[in-house]
Design a protein around this ligand. Structure first.
Ligand code: FES
Length: 134
């Protein structure tokens, strides 16, 4: 498996604009061992942003209720534990305990209508890579 493989996570159309969805993936770590890799993907119009679903404050998942990632205005990511909010486009903490800290971004690409993660090696049940860049 190569680092530049793109793994299809879902269809672009599966995430409505101004919504965020979490995915529980498995990644192959630097030591070759698989480990959980929870991510959140935000769609805003034609743009998608991906972050590790891990709050910089306590290292917990952001969504205390499944897939409840956004604040009441729907304009920032929200950690449900202590209420830190983060910019959608940058992951920068705006308010709460994580002010000034950032979510960990993940590389995404939209290929043939699929939202794909790149730059990592995922553990796959089946060969479902949506594209391979040379
Ligand atoms: S764990 Fe997220 S703000 Fe405290």
């Amino acid at each position: 498996m190569e680092q530049d493989t793109a793994y299809a996570i879902c269809r672009f159309s599966d995430i409505p604009s101004q919504r965020a969805i979490g995915f529980q993936l498995m990644i192959v770590g630097d030591d070759g061992a698989p480990r959980p890799w929870p991510i959140v993907i935000v769609r805003w119009g034609r743009q998608v942003f991906g972050y590790l679903n891990r709050c910089p404050h306590n290292g917990v998942n952001l969504d205390w209720e499944r897939n409840q990632f956004l604040d009441t205005n729907g304009t920032r990511l929200l950690c449900g534990k202590h209420g830190s909010t983060f910019e959608l486009g940058t992951g920068l903490g705006i308010d709460g305990p994580c002010k000034g800290q950032s979510l960990t971004p993940i590389a995404l690409a939209v290929l043939d209508g699929d939202i794909c993660v790149t730059g990592v090696t995922l553990v796959e049940d089946e060969d479902e890579a949506c594209d391979e860049e040379a």
